[in-house]
Design a protein around this ligand. Structure first.
Ligand SMILES: Cc1cc2nc3c(=O)[nH]c(=O)nc-3n(C[C@H](O)[C@H](O)[C@H](O)COP(=O)(O)O)c2cc1C
Length: 191
């Protein structure tokens, strides 16, 4: 798979098979995040890999899926849920650029996973206090994002923006996703 192909396929996935994500895939993704660039090389991020069946089960009610869709369509059913999560945490020494660091790290993680056939959903709509409590995240640390992981059980296709310019994603009768992206000419200016 070349890099462009990887980026085209590395979409958000919200339904998964029950196949376990191999621990080696998670370790490789986190190793790649470990050596990623960070502002001042501060390396202020920490990660919790949620992989045991009980821990993964406890995460499921603490995340919110697909705000743009009704829950019966966007929320995975019991046999469609992700089989692992990664929590992305900022420590107190995180500086002004730490959200950039988070972006670099999570993109590293999701592309690494996708290169091994594991799909993901970045999740910002999460129950932060409950997740911090359940997984022993220190009070002074900031839980910034969760990443749901699993073998995808649906397709997701990039499409052009409709004429009315709406950016929200939608599904077809098979609950396969379509994700509108702005045209290159509308977001890039060469000078
Ligand atoms: C910072 C961030 C937070 C997100 N939070 C959620 C979330 O809480 N729940 C969810 O279902 N999707 C979430 N998403 C996924 C976005 O909805 C998705 O990236 C967007 O619809 C575009 O789809 P694509 O990733 O396939 O390009 C999040 C994405 C990002 C980048």
């Amino acid at each position: 798979m070349d890099l462009h192909e990887l980026y085209v396929g590395c979409r958000t996935y919200r339904r998964f098979t029950r196949e376990e994500v191999p621990e080696g895939v998670i370790r490789e993704a986190l190793e790649n995040a470990r050596i990623a660039s960070s502002g001042r090389n501060a390396q202020s991020l920490r990660y919790v890999a949620v992989t045991s069946p009980e821990a993964v089960r406890d995460m499921q009610p603490l995340v919110k899926w697909a705000a743009a869709l009704p829950p019966e369509i966007g929320t995975p059913k019991e046999d469609e849920q992700p089989t692992a999560f990664i929590l992305v945490i900022k420590t107190p020494e995180a500086g002004a650029f730490s959200d950039v660091d988070v972006g670099i790290a999570v993109n590293t993680i999701v592309t690494s996973c996708w290169s091994r056939g594991v799909g993901s959903c970045l999740m910002g709509a999460i129950n932060i206090p409950k997740i911090k409590e359940r997984f022993g995240v220190a009070e002074e640390d900031t839980l910034r994002l969760a990443i749901a992981l699993g073998k995808p059980a649906h397709r997701s296709t990039i499409v052009e923006l409709p004429e009315n310019g709406a950016v929200h994603y939608y599904v077809d009768e098979n609950r396969d996703y379509y994700v509108p992206k702005r045209a290159f000419r509308d977001i890039v200016r060469f000078v």
